[in-house]
Write a protein that binds this ligand. Structure first.
Ligand code: GRF
Length: 204
């Protein structure tokens, strides 16, 4: 049976593109069905068009509450029988409604070693803090921000003299490798969630 995925993104979309390209390696077993975005002019939409992936723009202003928006997202996901949702720079909280409907089937990427530096400025925050090691985390989404069970985590060493931009580049490079790797683990069902712990096998 084909595994269907959807990506939610709000911005540049470099992770979206890395994931879209990695999906091709599954030779038809996995399909990236759609991009859903909340930003009309997001660059990720251009990437979707170029890669031939249908994109759906849902204007948050047209919904009375965040829950109403999430119910519309759910409808879209149901209509296409989506198995997994990947958040790739989607700049909104997901409601407990959507989280529950897709329990342990929504993945998120975060540009730090969680639980350090949660929130929208993780790379800059880590840089300003002067950390020597930061990194990237892929986790299942739960009701709290940047909090759910961790699937994969890898470090980036902050080299002497690096500018914030250099750190950002290194983080993004790692993200583009790690998110496809996590997707592979998930679609091949090589994991088990036990509370906060995600066992991945064979162990990494
Ligand atoms: C990434 O750094 C990701 O970790 C964070 O948002 C950023 C999205 O970048 N959640 P892009 O839009 O995929 O280029």
């Amino acid at each position: 049976m084909k595994i269907k995925i959807a990506i939610l993104a709000s911005g540049n979309g470099s992770n979206f593109e890395a994931l879209a390209k990695s999906v091709k390696k599954f030779r038809g077993k996995v399909k990236l069905e759609m991009l859903i975005t909340d930003k009309k002019n997001a660059y990720v939409r251009k990437r979707a068009t170029r890669l031939g992936i249908p994109d759906f723009f849902l204007d948050p202003k047209k919904f009375k509450t965040p829950l109403a928006l999430d119910k519309e997202i759910f409808k879209l996901l149901k209509k296409k029988n989506i198995n997994y949702v990947l958040l790739a720079g989607y700049m909104r909280f997901l409601s407990p409604f959507l989280i529950k409907k897709f329990e342990n089937r929504i993945l998120n990427i975060h540009p730090s070693l969680l639980p350090a530096f949660k929130g929208g400025c993780a790379i800059k925050d880590a840089y300003r803090h002067g950390v020597k090691i930061t990194g990237v985390t892929i986790h299942f989404a739960d009701e709290h921000i940047d909090n759910g069970p961790i699937i994969l985590q890898k470090p980036v060493r902050v080299k002497e003299g690096w500018s914030p931009e250099e750190l950002e580049k290194a983080i993004h490079r790692l993200e583009h490798r790690l998110y496809p790797q996590a997707l592979k683990i998930v679609v091949e069902k090589r994991f088990r969630v036990r509370g906060r712990r995600v066992d991945v096998f064979p162990a990494i």
